[in-house]
Design a protein around this ligand. Sequence first.
Ligand SMILES: Cc1cc2nc3c(=O)[nH]c(=O)nc-3n(C[C@H](O)[C@H](O)[C@H](O)COP(=O)(O)OP(=O)(O)OC[C@H]3O[C@@H](n4cnc5c(N)ncnc54)[C@H](O)[C@@H]3O)c2cc1C
Length: 324
Amino acid sequence: MAGARGKHDWKHAQYFRYATVVPTVNKLLKKINISGSLTAEEPMSRHTTFAVGGPAELYAVPNNTDDIRELLRLAEEDGLPWFVLGGGANILVSDSGIRGLVLDTRAFNRFEHRGEDLILGAGMPVSDAVAAAAELGLGGLEFLYSMPGSVGGAVWMNARCYGHSVDEVLTEVRYIDEERRLRTYTSSREEFAYKRSPFQGRKTVMYETRFRVHRADPSELAARMREYKEDRASKGHFAAPSAGSVFKNNRAFGAPTGQLLDSIGLRGYRVGCAKVSDLHANIVINTGGATAAEIRAVIEHMQQQAEDRLGLTLEREVLYAGEW
Ligand SMILES: Cc1cc2nc3c(=O)[nH]c(=O)nc-3n(C[C@H](O)[C@H](O)[C@H](O)COP(=O)(O)OP(=O)(O)OC[C@H]3O[C@@H](n4cnc5c(N)ncnc54)[C@H](O)[C@@H]3O)c2cc1C
Protein backbone atom coordinates (compact mmCIF):
# COMPACT_ATOMS: atom_id res chain seq x y z
CA MET A 1 0.00 0.00 0.00
CA ALA A 2 2.78 2.38 0.93
CA GLY A 3 4.32 1.82 -2.51
CA ALA A 4 1.05 2.52 -4.31
CA ARG A 5 0.49 5.70 -2.33
CA GLY A 6 4.06 6.85 -3.02
CA LYS A 7 3.47 6.37 -6.72
CA HIS A 8 0.26 8.38 -6.61
CA ASP A 9 1.99 11.24 -4.77
CA TRP A 10 4.77 11.21 -7.32
CA LYS A 11 2.29 11.39 -10.23
CA HIS A 12 0.52 14.27 -8.57
CA ALA A 13 3.85 16.06 -8.04
CA GLN A 14 4.75 15.50 -11.70
CA TYR A 15 1.37 16.85 -12.84
CA PHE A 16 1.83 19.89 -10.63
CA ARG A 17 5.33 20.42 -12.02
CA TYR A 18 4.15 20.26 -15.64
CA ALA A 19 1.13 22.46 -15.05
CA THR A 20 2.94 25.23 -13.21
CA VAL A 21 6.69 25.18 -13.60
CA VAL A 22 7.35 23.92 -17.09
CA PRO A 23 5.81 26.95 -18.85
CA THR A 24 8.19 29.24 -16.89
CA VAL A 25 11.15 27.01 -17.67
CA ASN A 26 10.26 26.85 -21.37
CA LYS A 27 9.90 30.61 -21.48
CA LEU A 28 13.33 30.95 -19.88
CA LEU A 29 14.91 28.42 -22.22
CA LYS A 30 13.70 30.50 -25.18
CA LYS A 31 14.93 33.85 -23.98
CA ILE A 32 18.27 32.93 -22.44
CA ASN A 33 21.29 33.59 -24.58
CA ILE A 34 24.45 32.11 -23.08
CA SER A 35 27.49 30.41 -24.54
CA GLY A 36 27.31 27.56 -22.02
CA SER A 37 24.62 24.88 -21.97
CA LEU A 38 21.16 24.89 -20.47
CA THR A 39 18.83 21.93 -20.06
CA ALA A 40 15.57 21.21 -18.26
CA GLU A 41 14.75 18.39 -15.85
CA GLU A 42 18.34 17.21 -15.35
CA PRO A 43 18.55 14.33 -12.83
CA MET A 44 20.70 15.48 -9.92
CA SER A 45 21.62 11.86 -9.16
CA ARG A 46 24.15 12.26 -12.00
CA HIS A 47 25.82 15.15 -10.21
CA THR A 48 26.05 14.11 -6.56
CA THR A 49 28.46 11.70 -4.89
CA PHE A 50 25.51 10.09 -3.05
CA ALA A 51 24.18 9.31 -6.56
CA VAL A 52 20.66 10.32 -5.52
CA GLY A 53 18.45 13.34 -6.16
CA GLY A 54 15.52 14.19 -8.42
CA PRO A 55 15.65 16.62 -11.34
CA ALA A 56 16.80 20.22 -11.40
CA GLU A 57 14.14 22.20 -13.24
CA LEU A 58 16.82 24.13 -15.10
CA TYR A 59 20.44 23.02 -15.22
CA ALA A 60 23.04 25.41 -16.59
CA VAL A 61 26.74 24.94 -17.25
CA PRO A 62 27.87 28.56 -17.72
CA ASN A 63 31.13 29.14 -19.60
CA ASN A 64 32.07 32.53 -18.24
CA THR A 65 31.04 35.21 -15.76
CA ASP A 66 28.78 36.92 -18.35
CA ASP A 67 26.82 33.66 -18.62
CA ILE A 68 26.44 33.47 -14.84
CA ARG A 69 25.31 37.06 -14.55
CA GLU A 70 22.79 36.65 -17.37
CA LEU A 71 21.40 33.47 -15.77
CA LEU A 72 21.11 35.17 -12.39
CA ARG A 73 19.40 38.18 -13.94
CA LEU A 74 16.77 36.07 -15.67
CA ALA A 75 16.24 33.86 -12.63
CA GLU A 76 15.60 36.96 -10.57
CA GLU A 77 13.30 38.43 -13.21
CA ASP A 78 11.22 35.23 -13.26
CA GLY A 79 11.34 34.67 -9.51
CA LEU A 80 13.24 31.38 -9.83
CA PRO A 81 15.43 30.26 -6.94
CA TRP A 82 18.99 29.23 -7.82
CA PHE A 83 21.64 26.95 -6.39
CA VAL A 84 25.39 26.73 -7.10
CA LEU A 85 26.77 23.25 -7.63
CA GLY A 86 30.42 22.30 -7.22
CA GLY A 87 31.22 18.60 -7.20
CA GLY A 88 28.02 17.65 -5.35
CA ALA A 89 30.15 15.92 -2.67
CA ASN A 90 28.57 17.50 0.38
CA ILE A 91 24.89 17.66 -0.52
CA LEU A 92 21.86 15.40 -0.25
CA VAL A 93 19.39 16.41 -2.95
CA SER A 94 15.77 15.41 -2.30
CA ASP A 95 13.99 12.83 -4.44
CA SER A 96 11.67 15.51 -5.81
CA GLY A 97 14.63 17.53 -7.04
CA ILE A 98 15.61 21.19 -7.06
CA ARG A 99 13.16 23.92 -7.95
CA GLY A 100 14.58 26.66 -10.16
CA LEU A 101 18.05 26.91 -11.57
CA VAL A 102 21.19 24.93 -10.79
CA LEU A 103 24.48 26.52 -11.84
CA ASP A 104 27.15 23.88 -12.45
CA THR A 105 30.59 25.50 -12.08
CA ARG A 106 32.62 22.81 -13.86
CA ALA A 107 33.64 25.06 -16.82
CA PHE A 108 35.59 27.32 -14.43
CA ASN A 109 38.68 25.13 -14.58
CA ARG A 110 41.58 27.56 -14.95
CA PHE A 111 44.94 26.31 -13.66
CA GLU A 112 47.84 28.72 -13.63
CA HIS A 113 50.76 29.50 -11.37
CA ARG A 114 52.77 32.66 -11.03
CA GLY A 115 55.71 32.01 -8.77
CA GLU A 116 54.24 30.84 -5.50
CA ASP A 117 50.72 31.93 -6.39
CA LEU A 118 48.37 29.26 -7.66
CA ILE A 119 45.27 30.44 -9.53
CA LEU A 120 42.48 27.87 -9.70
CA GLY A 121 39.06 28.00 -11.31
CA ALA A 122 36.37 27.40 -8.69
CA GLY A 123 34.86 24.51 -10.64
CA MET A 124 38.04 22.49 -10.98
CA PRO A 125 38.04 19.19 -9.06
CA VAL A 126 40.20 20.07 -6.07
CA SER A 127 42.10 16.79 -6.11
CA ASP A 128 43.06 17.25 -9.80
CA ALA A 129 44.35 20.74 -8.98
CA VAL A 130 46.48 19.40 -6.13
CA ALA A 131 47.91 16.65 -8.36
CA ALA A 132 48.74 19.10 -11.17
CA ALA A 133 50.44 21.48 -8.71
CA ALA A 134 52.47 18.64 -7.16
CA GLU A 135 53.75 17.59 -10.57
CA LEU A 136 55.10 21.11 -10.98
CA GLY A 137 56.75 20.87 -7.55
CA LEU A 138 54.23 23.19 -5.88
CA GLY A 139 53.25 22.07 -2.40
CA GLY A 140 50.85 23.24 0.29
CA LEU A 141 47.56 21.76 -0.86
CA GLU A 142 48.37 18.02 -0.58
CA PHE A 143 46.04 17.58 2.39
CA LEU A 144 43.15 18.01 -0.06
CA TYR A 145 44.34 15.27 -2.40
CA SER A 146 41.69 12.61 -3.17
CA MET A 147 38.95 14.59 -1.40
CA PRO A 148 35.94 14.69 -3.76
CA GLY A 149 34.50 18.05 -4.81
CA SER A 150 35.48 21.30 -6.49
CA VAL A 151 37.85 24.07 -5.43
CA GLY A 152 34.85 26.39 -4.86
CA GLY A 153 33.10 23.81 -2.69
CA ALA A 154 36.28 23.33 -0.64
CA VAL A 155 36.47 27.10 -0.05
CA TRP A 156 32.74 27.36 0.76
CA MET A 157 33.05 24.54 3.34
CA ASN A 158 36.54 25.52 4.50
CA ALA A 159 37.27 21.84 3.92
CA ARG A 160 39.50 20.24 6.52
CA CYS A 161 41.57 17.07 6.21
CA TYR A 162 44.60 15.65 8.00
CA GLY A 163 44.89 18.57 10.42
CA HIS A 164 44.81 21.31 7.78
CA SER A 165 42.05 23.50 6.38
CA VAL A 166 41.60 25.58 3.25
CA ASP A 167 41.86 28.95 5.02
CA GLU A 168 45.53 28.22 5.81
CA VAL A 169 46.47 28.48 2.13
CA LEU A 170 43.70 30.54 0.50
CA THR A 171 44.65 34.12 -0.35
CA GLU A 172 41.92 35.43 -2.65
CA VAL A 173 38.51 34.61 -4.12
CA ARG A 174 36.88 36.17 -7.16
CA TYR A 175 33.13 35.96 -7.01
CA ILE A 176 29.84 37.42 -8.18
CA ASP A 177 28.02 39.15 -5.36
CA GLU A 178 24.33 39.55 -4.52
CA GLU A 179 24.04 42.52 -6.94
CA ARG A 180 25.72 40.47 -9.70
CA ARG A 181 28.93 42.51 -9.48
CA LEU A 182 32.37 40.95 -9.95
CA ARG A 183 34.21 41.20 -6.64
CA THR A 184 37.52 40.16 -5.15
CA TYR A 185 37.73 38.89 -1.59
CA THR A 186 41.11 38.99 0.14
CA SER A 187 41.21 36.09 2.51
CA SER A 188 41.43 36.81 6.21
CA ARG A 189 41.71 33.81 8.52
CA GLU A 190 39.67 35.47 11.27
CA GLU A 191 36.64 35.18 8.99
CA PHE A 192 36.99 31.39 8.77
CA ALA A 193 36.52 28.73 11.43
CA TYR A 194 36.20 24.96 11.55
CA LYS A 195 34.06 24.09 8.47
CA ARG A 196 32.94 27.72 8.22
CA SER A 197 33.68 30.33 5.57
CA PRO A 198 32.42 33.87 5.00
CA PHE A 199 30.60 32.63 1.87
CA GLN A 200 28.13 30.57 3.89
CA GLY A 201 24.77 32.29 4.31
CA ARG A 202 25.39 34.50 1.26
CA LYS A 203 24.06 34.23 -2.30
CA THR A 204 27.31 34.50 -4.23
CA VAL A 205 29.02 32.53 -6.99
CA MET A 206 32.76 31.99 -6.67
CA TYR A 207 34.51 31.61 -10.01
CA GLU A 208 38.24 31.87 -9.29
CA THR A 209 40.58 31.40 -6.32
CA ARG A 210 44.21 32.00 -5.39
CA PHE A 211 46.33 29.93 -3.05
CA ARG A 212 49.78 30.38 -1.56
CA VAL A 213 51.99 27.42 -2.44
CA HIS A 214 55.68 26.68 -1.94
CA ARG A 215 58.44 24.92 -3.86
CA ALA A 216 58.75 21.27 -2.88
CA ASP A 217 60.15 18.01 -4.18
CA PRO A 218 57.50 16.41 -6.46
CA SER A 219 58.37 12.89 -5.30
CA GLU A 220 57.94 13.85 -1.64
CA LEU A 221 54.61 15.46 -2.44
CA ALA A 222 53.55 12.37 -4.37
CA ALA A 223 54.46 10.11 -1.44
CA ARG A 224 52.37 12.18 1.01
CA MET A 225 49.45 12.24 -1.41
CA ARG A 226 49.63 8.47 -1.81
CA GLU A 227 49.44 8.09 1.99
CA TYR A 228 46.32 10.25 2.18
CA LYS A 229 44.64 8.35 -0.62
CA GLU A 230 45.44 4.98 0.96
CA ASP A 231 44.11 6.19 4.30
CA ARG A 232 40.84 7.27 2.65
CA ALA A 233 40.58 3.96 0.82
CA SER A 234 41.04 2.07 4.12
CA LYS A 235 38.07 4.03 5.54
CA GLY A 236 35.92 2.99 2.57
CA HIS A 237 35.73 6.47 1.03
CA PHE A 238 35.77 5.15 -2.51
CA ALA A 239 33.87 1.89 -1.92
CA ALA A 240 30.29 3.21 -2.18
CA PRO A 241 28.50 6.48 -2.98
CA SER A 242 28.49 8.83 0.03
CA ALA A 243 29.09 12.46 0.97
CA GLY A 244 31.89 11.76 3.44
CA SER A 245 31.28 12.60 7.10
CA VAL A 246 27.67 13.35 7.84
CA PHE A 247 28.29 15.29 11.08
CA LYS A 248 31.02 17.70 12.13
CA ASN A 249 33.46 16.86 14.87
CA ASN A 250 33.19 18.79 18.10
CA ARG A 251 36.21 19.04 20.41
CA ALA A 252 33.95 19.50 23.43
CA PHE A 253 32.58 15.96 22.91
CA GLY A 254 36.01 14.50 23.65
CA ALA A 255 36.15 12.08 20.71
CA PRO A 256 35.64 12.19 16.94
CA THR A 257 31.97 11.90 15.95
CA GLY A 258 32.64 8.60 14.14
CA GLN A 259 33.91 7.06 17.38
CA LEU A 260 30.95 8.36 19.36
CA LEU A 261 28.46 6.94 16.87
CA ASP A 262 30.36 3.68 16.86
CA SER A 263 30.13 3.49 20.66
CA ILE A 264 26.32 3.31 20.39
CA GLY A 265 26.43 0.57 17.78
CA LEU A 266 25.35 2.51 14.73
CA ARG A 267 27.67 0.90 12.19
CA GLY A 268 25.60 -1.01 9.68
CA TYR A 269 22.28 0.64 10.71
CA ARG A 270 20.12 0.55 7.59
CA VAL A 271 16.93 2.00 6.09
CA GLY A 272 16.16 0.46 2.69
CA CYS A 273 19.30 0.78 0.58
CA ALA A 274 20.94 3.46 2.75
CA LYS A 275 23.15 2.48 5.65
CA VAL A 276 25.82 3.61 8.06
CA SER A 277 29.16 2.41 6.66
CA ASP A 278 30.60 -0.72 8.25
CA LEU A 279 34.01 0.96 8.12
CA HIS A 280 33.19 4.39 9.56
CA ALA A 281 30.18 5.23 11.74
CA ASN A 282 30.03 8.89 10.60
CA ILE A 283 29.57 7.98 6.92
CA VAL A 284 26.26 6.99 5.34
CA ILE A 285 26.45 5.06 2.09
CA ASN A 286 24.11 4.34 -0.78
CA THR A 287 24.40 0.56 -1.15
CA GLY A 288 22.73 0.80 -4.58
CA GLY A 289 19.33 2.23 -5.44
CA ALA A 290 18.86 4.21 -2.20
CA THR A 291 16.47 7.15 -2.21
CA ALA A 292 17.34 10.51 -0.67
CA ALA A 293 14.50 9.92 1.81
CA GLU A 294 16.15 6.69 2.99
CA ILE A 295 19.52 8.43 3.41
CA ARG A 296 17.86 11.23 5.35
CA ALA A 297 16.05 8.71 7.57
CA VAL A 298 19.41 7.11 8.48
CA ILE A 299 20.94 10.54 9.21
CA GLU A 300 18.02 11.52 11.43
CA HIS A 301 18.22 8.24 13.32
CA MET A 302 21.94 8.83 14.00
CA GLN A 303 21.23 12.33 15.26
CA GLN A 304 18.36 11.17 17.48
CA GLN A 305 20.40 8.29 18.93
CA ALA A 306 23.31 10.63 19.75
CA GLU A 307 20.86 12.93 21.50
CA ASP A 308 18.97 10.22 23.41
CA ARG A 309 21.83 7.93 24.37
CA LEU A 310 24.82 10.27 24.65
CA GLY A 311 23.08 13.58 25.33
CA LEU A 312 25.03 15.13 22.42
CA THR A 313 23.62 17.43 19.76
CA LEU A 314 25.48 16.70 16.56
CA GLU A 315 25.85 19.39 13.93
CA ARG A 316 25.15 18.15 10.42
CA GLU A 317 27.84 18.79 7.82
CA VAL A 318 26.02 17.32 4.80
CA LEU A 319 23.64 19.92 3.39
CA TYR A 320 20.05 19.16 2.39
CA ALA A 321 19.31 20.65 -1.03
CA GLY A 322 16.08 20.83 -3.04
CA GLU A 323 12.45 20.45 -2.03
CA TRP A 324 11.99 18.42 1.14
C1 LIG B 1 34.31 10.23 0.15
C2 LIG B 1 34.26 11.63 0.67
C3 LIG B 1 35.20 12.08 1.56
C4 LIG B 1 35.18 13.39 2.07
N1 LIG B 1 36.15 13.81 2.91
C5 LIG B 1 36.14 15.07 3.37
C6 LIG B 1 37.19 15.56 4.22
O1 LIG B 1 38.14 14.85 4.54
N2 LIG B 1 37.12 16.84 4.65
C7 LIG B 1 36.11 17.67 4.30
O2 LIG B 1 36.10 18.84 4.70
N3 LIG B 1 35.10 17.24 3.48
C8 LIG B 1 35.10 15.98 3.01
N4 LIG B 1 34.09 15.54 2.18
C9 LIG B 1 32.99 16.44 1.84
C10 LIG B 1 33.22 17.21 0.52
O3 LIG B 1 34.20 16.58 -0.25
C11 LIG B 1 33.67 18.63 0.83
O4 LIG B 1 32.73 19.30 1.65
C12 LIG B 1 33.84 19.45 -0.46
O5 LIG B 1 34.53 20.62 -0.15
C13 LIG B 1 32.52 19.78 -1.13
O6 LIG B 1 32.81 20.43 -2.35
P1 LIG B 1 31.81 20.37 -3.58
O7 LIG B 1 32.42 21.11 -4.70
O8 LIG B 1 31.40 18.98 -3.86
O9 LIG B 1 30.57 21.19 -3.00
P2 LIG B 1 29.03 20.92 -3.24
O10 LIG B 1 28.61 19.71 -2.47
O11 LIG B 1 28.71 20.95 -4.69
O12 LIG B 1 28.41 22.22 -2.55
C14 LIG B 1 28.57 22.45 -1.17
C15 LIG B 1 28.15 23.90 -0.87
O13 LIG B 1 29.10 24.78 -1.46
C16 LIG B 1 28.44 25.71 -2.33
N5 LIG B 1 29.34 25.96 -3.47
C17 LIG B 1 30.06 25.04 -4.16
N6 LIG B 1 30.78 25.67 -5.12
C18 LIG B 1 30.49 26.99 -5.04
C19 LIG B 1 30.91 28.13 -5.79
N7 LIG B 1 31.76 28.06 -6.82
N8 LIG B 1 30.40 29.35 -5.43
C20 LIG B 1 29.52 29.45 -4.39
N9 LIG B 1 29.09 28.41 -3.67
C21 LIG B 1 29.57 27.18 -3.98
C22 LIG B 1 27.16 24.99 -2.75
O14 LIG B 1 26.16 25.90 -3.17
C23 LIG B 1 26.80 24.26 -1.47
O15 LIG B 1 26.12 25.13 -0.60
C24 LIG B 1 34.12 14.25 1.66
C25 LIG B 1 33.16 13.79 0.74
C26 LIG B 1 33.22 12.51 0.24
C27 LIG B 1 32.20 12.06 -0.76
